[in-house]
Design a protein around this ligand. Sequence first.
Ligand code: MN
Length: 227
Amino acid sequence: MSYAIPAPAVPTVAVVGGDPFPVRRIYCVGRNYAAHAREMGHDPSREAPFFFMKPADAVVASGSTIPYPSQTSDYQHEIELVVALDKGGKNVSVEQALELVFGYAVGLDMTRRDLQAVAKKMGRPWDLSKGFDQSAPCGPLLPAADAGDLSKGAIWVKVNGEFRQQGDLSDLIWSVAETISYLSGMVELFPGDLIYTGTPDGVGPVVKGDHLQGHVDGLPGLDITIS
Ligand code: MN
């Protein structure tokens, strides 16, 4: 195949012990931990899961230094469990959903919170508050076969060595399987899709020079520096 211009590179995420994972789409779940829903001013008990997206080339590898983004003065971290799919499907049942999973990683859903607040107030899309350049740091994927039980376990992020968010995967409102199942009823899923599964409470701002360390029990860590 020849193209009118050189084809853009395929964005990838590192894989523990294997070749890089090519990213097709990045789906993100909003408000999937009750305490975070409350801190953002919502009642966590009544909402079906909702989703937004980031472009595939927003992924950033662990160890990267990323620039403080433009057009914000409230750039915030959201630590999240990331799920990578190597099978697709439509209307996948909860019981079958985990069969689509290739592996898991630690991710950060970086957010221009001030732009998101304006978007919410004005009823505008979230795209540029959530899906901007380098907004999706993602650590190495651990293949599902090597990952332990991720229905529970600590999830946290430290900034400059101090805890900022500390949660537990058992507090997810919608489990990984439920999230995949629900999302597959909205769109057809394909190999290469990533799902950021939502963040616990304690989101907050970072500044230039900050060093973020993301953690989920049993997964490779995520290290990002803001320049
Ligand atoms: Mn998030």
